[in-house]
Design a binder for this molecule. Structure first.
Ligand SMILES: [Zn+2]
Length: 69
């Protein structure tokens, strides 16, 4: 457990998956993870990109709802 935590602290610089901006330790960012085609993935998205993705998702949802009518 401690080894794992030490690794996490040493590798605290990530890049945003969407725009490639470097995320520093204290920057607001979202870590997305899941399984795609049996492969586990973990991506980091900066806050502005996360908001943009959320807005796009809402638009897709609204478009899908509109199609159903
Ligand atoms: Zn970004």
């Amino acid at each position: 457990m401690w080894t794992y935590l030490m690794k996490m602290f040493q590798k605290n610089t990530k890049t945003c998956d969407q725009c490639g901006v470097v995320l520093k330790k204290n920057d607001p960012a979202i870590c997305l993870h899941g399984i795609d085609d049996g492969l586990e993935y973990e991506i980091y998205v900066c806050e502005p990109c996360c908001e943009r993705l959320a807005n796009e998702y809402d638009e897709v949802e609204e478009a899908n709802l509109a199609e159903q009518d």
